[in-house]
Write a protein that binds this ligand. Structure first.
Ligand SMILES: Cc1ncc(COP(=O)(O)O)c(C=O)c1O
Length: 408
């Protein structure tokens, strides 16, 4: 067996299952889950139609192997989107690669860029999307967790990473808009990271799958957009990961793309040839339709805005929470009466009110940075994914208010 497998941590949902084992949820209430960040708004009909039509297309439909790099028309559609959204021009042949959702790509990318013979470090935010850690460990690297700072809108404290750690860093994961914090990285933060990348030679993987669900007037800044604004139009050492899952409500379709540094994408494409993750021709056709349409994205964002506008003030009565910059999560501090135990909060909430939330500490690790070892920046917080319909999210929020009030 690969010995690195034993270094993997149990996934947060597995930990949640263990936490809830033996808990009997109050049957007087219908179950509501805010636990999993899976989009639940309906898939637009035109995407389903495109899938259907592609299945019966002549001459091949499903009767041909797809190429790893995707069809040219898909890469063109992918390149068209960042052009419209960020004003960046990308070469659809050398700077774009379709992927089967950003998750597999975020994982596989570490396997491509890490050189395990040089004591590599992978830096990632804390709390963080768990794939970064697994990808780092299985590539033979040591993860380093840079804590997010609640006093600065959950910006990651990159300054807390020691110079000796940056010197060993081969890969940096950034997540903007962040899961779970919803924080968007401003240009100044990108400038800092580009300078560090130039100094130490590491690659930046920019996870941007929540970029289209935002609550401020201004759309979130993208990594490639930041690079272009700073004159880095070769996107050196930068690859952005984007996805249709949240933008177009197709998490089951498994479709996204990566874009940026042509040399990195060449190596990634080579890796992927062997890894074998080419997108089905049917998925490629539906993805072209999805990337080329913006109306459904605007409508989807409007649904989230309406929902967050109603639910957030209700929860703010009892939790330390406010509207995030973006994403579909609320990242809330629990009241002092729970003595910082986000796991107790989640367990008792399920038992009394049949609502599932994710303990924040499950999404983070003891941080090396501010607060020193032993400080988990997710402790005392919960993550709520407002993915269900507004009425259901409101019902969950009302139960959470009652739950907290019953404890104070
Ligand atoms: C931060 C983040 N990145 C990437 C993904 C992967 O999404 P997908 O593989 O559907 O593109 C998720 C999914 O929840 C996520 O939260």
């Amino acid at each position: 067996m690969n010995p690195l497998l034993s270094r993997l941590q149990p996934y947060p949902f597995e930990r949640l299952r263990q936490l809830f084992a033996g808990v009997t949820p109050n049957a007087a209430y219908q179950p509501i889950s805010l636990g999993i960040g899976e989009p639940k708004h309906p898939t637009p009909d035109f995407i389903k139609q495109a899938l259907n039509e592609a299945m019966y297309a002549q001459p091949s439909g499903l009767a041909a192997y797809p190429a790893t790099v995707g069809e040219p028309r898909l890469r063109e559609a992918c390149a068209g989107w960042p052009q419209r959204r960020y004003g960046v021009t990308l070469n659809a042949t050398t700077q774009i690669l379709p992927v089967a959702g950003s998750r597999e790509a975020l994982f596989a990318f570490a396997q491509t860029v890490i050189d395990p013979t040089h004591q590599p470090v992978v830096v990632c935010p804390n709390p963080f999307y768990q794939i970064y850690e697994g990808a780092a460990l299985l590539a033979g690297a040591e993860p380093y967790y840079a804590p997010s700072d609640p006093s600065r809108n959950f910006a990651v404290d990159w300054d807390s990473v020691p110079a000796a750690t940056w010197a060993r860093t081969q890969l940096l994961y950034v997540c903007s808009p962040g899961n779970p914090t919803g924080a968007v990285m401003p240009l100044s933060e990108w400038e800092k990271l580009f300078a560090l990348s130039d100094r130490h030679g590491f690659v930046i993987a920019s996870d941007e799958c929540y970029s289209e669900i935002y609550f401020r007037d201004e759309p979130p800044l993208g990594g490639l957009e930041a690079a272009a604004k700073l004159g880095r139009t070769d996107y050196r050492n930068l690859v952005a990961f984007t996805s249709l899952s949240k933008r177009s409500n197709v998490p089951g379709m498994r479709s996204g793309f990566v874009a940026g540094d042509a040399a990195l994408l060449k190596a990634f494409s080579l890796y992927r040839t062997y890894h074998g993750t080419a997108l089905s021709p049917v998925v490629q056709a539906a993805s072209v339709a999805a990337w080329n349409d913006e109306a459904h994205v605007v409508a989807n964002r409007a649904m989230y805005r309406e929902k967050f506008a109603q639910v957030t003030p209700l929860l703010a009565q009892v939790l330390d929470v406010r509207l995030p910059d973006a994403s579909f999560y609320l990242w809330a501090g629990i009241p002092a009466s729970f003595a910082g135990s986000d796991a107790d909060f989640a367990r008792d909430l399920l038992a009394q009110y049949n609502v599932t939330v994710l303990p924040g500490s499950y999404l983070a690790r003891d941080s090396h940075g501010n607060g020193g070892l032993g400080y988990n920046p997710g402790a005392g917080r919960i993550r709520m994914a407002l993915v269900a319909e507004t009425a259901e999210c409101l019902e969950a929020a009302q139960r959470i208010v009652q739950f907290v009030q019953s404890r104070t």
